[in-house]
Unconditional design. Structure first.
Length: 454
């Protein structure tokens, strides 16, 4: 590996930190819809894939912590992964502990990254000899994941029933594209479908406004004031004095154990794992405030560990997208030529130690910078973003990017196909069928349809 390439990887990490620090503070910026477009654009621009991988790692580490800031400070979900923390954030805010918990979240994020980098190297080495067997049984793993997440959801029966109909919708659209010649028979549309699922609730909400009755339900008589607590000098000094005691023993253990265990379940939905382990660890505390702080610390660690394990094990050990973070945001790394001119995937292009170095450089640089930013400037930056950057404009931009990628994938017919899919998935989401179940149904769709047609 040349010095020039390492320098490019470092510059890419800094660039990702700058871009996603600002994006992360904007509420409603779904992780997949903001990570994939820029990553895909860099790859299509023929940037060195290893540099793009470093950029991607730094991006999701930065976004993983920055997305939590709007949730903690303004009670607005930054992204899907921060949504499970809203209830705990309200409790923390009620007790006036928001500034203190921001540092706990930053430390939790550091724990998640550190534990995942170390444990994933071990897991990757452990399962690498069985990579071919794992890839052969990937469809069964995805179906099992969908059933498992369905049983954990609040709408268990509906979630289980929806798996097959969703698979028919996904595979039916693909078959329509092949039959009409919109895409070649050897091309499998996944990227735009994944994005369609992530923005489905937002698209459903926007289209609901076209219905007069639904619009009336959303109309308000007055604007609700939003208060962003800016710490005083005395509070800032108190935070400095409390530097050595930011995490309790319970919080350290919970964040570490949850991050470690979640890495072995890398094929499951990150949101599902965050809810599962966050709630499980939260039961350790009976006090309302302590429980809320414990859950936020643990969930922040999980937001990092689930993404790192999914993409790292898929790339380094298996060479196939086996996890939601690899199939969705990281899908471009597994595309065939001409996106990559050498080999079929990024795994074929570089030795494993180079790939691991990309994860280490990207995560360490991003984590160091984002930790400093979150602990020092979280409140003023949140105030600036919410005051100066139009929320609606950013949401419109990302929806436009989703439809642009849908058009690139399969032309105009796919734009309406993704719109149809978003309406279906958004409705199911409102009824309790979570993202994880929908994603797993998407991955297993070809296998499910094949089974049903026999």
């Amino acid at each position: 590996m040349t010095t020039a390439l390492i320098l490019q990887m470092i510059v890419a990490s800094f660039s990702a930190f700058i871009i996603y620090s600002l994006i992360g503070f904007i509420p409603g910026t779904d992780e997949t819809s903001v990570l994939m477009p820029i990553t895909l654009a860099l790859i299509m621009a023929k940037v060195e894939p290893l540099v793009v991988l470093t950029f991607f790692v730094a991006s999701f580490v930065t976004l993983g912590l920055m997305n939590i800031m709007p949730a903690l400070i303004a009670n607005l979900p930054g992204g899907v992964l921060s949504t499970p923390m809203l209830d705990s954030a309200l409790i923390v805010k009620k007790h006036g502990r928001t500034s203190h918990v921001i540092k706990k979240a930053a430390l939790g994020s550091a724990i998640g990254v550190t534990v995942s980098l170390i444990s994933c190297l071990f897991i990757a080495k452990l399962i690498a000899p069985f990579a071919s067997d794992i890839s052969q049984h990937a469809n069964l793993i995805f179906i099992g994941g969908a059933i498992f997440l369905s049983l954990l959801s609040s709408a268990k029966l509906l979630s289980l029933i929806s798996i097959v109909p969703l698979a028919l919708v996904f595979q039916g659209l693909r078959a329509l594209y092949w039959q009409t010649g919109a895409v070649p028979a050897d091309k499998n549309i996944t990227t735009s479908f994944f994005l369609g699922i992530t923005v489905a609730p937002l698209i459903l909400s926007l289209l609901s406004l076209l219905n007069g009755n639904e619009k009336k339900k959303l109309m308000v008589a007055e604007v609700k004031p939003m208060k962003i607590p800016m710490p005083t000098k005395e509070q800032q000094q108190a935070k400095k004095e409390a530097f050595k005691n930011r995490l309790t023993k319970n919080e350290w253990i919970s964040a570490t154990v949850a991050s470690f265990l979640s890495n072995f379940l890398f094929v499951l939905s990150p949101v599902g794992l965050i809810v599962l382990f966050g709630e499980m660890m939260g039961k350790k505390e009976t006090d309302e405030l302590k429980r809320a702080e414990l859950k936020i610390t643990t969930m922040t660690a999980l937001a990092q560990s689930t993404y790192i394990s999914g993409i790292m094990i898929s790339i380094v050990a298996i060479g196939l997208p086996m996890a939601p973070s690899a199939i969705g945001p990281g899908a471009a790394f597994f595309e065939a030529p001409p996106v990559f001119s050498i080999g079929n995937t990024i795994t074929d292009m570089y030795p494993k130690n180079w790939l691991m170095l990309a994860f280490i450089i990207g995560s360490v640089i991003a984590l160091t910078l984002v930790y400093f930013l979150a602990t020092k400037f979280a409140e003023p930056l949140t105030y600036f973003v919410l005051k100066k950057i139009p929320h609606e404009a950013m949401l419109a931009l990302f929806i436009a990017l989703v439809f642009l990628l849908a058009y690139i994938d399969a032309g105009l017919i796919n734009v309406f196909g993704v719109l149809l899919m978003s309406l279906i998935c958004g409705t199911l989401n409102r009824l309790g069928v979570g993202y994880g179940i929908q994603f797993m149904s998407l991955y297993a769709a070809p296998f499910i349809v094949t089974l049903l047609s026999k």
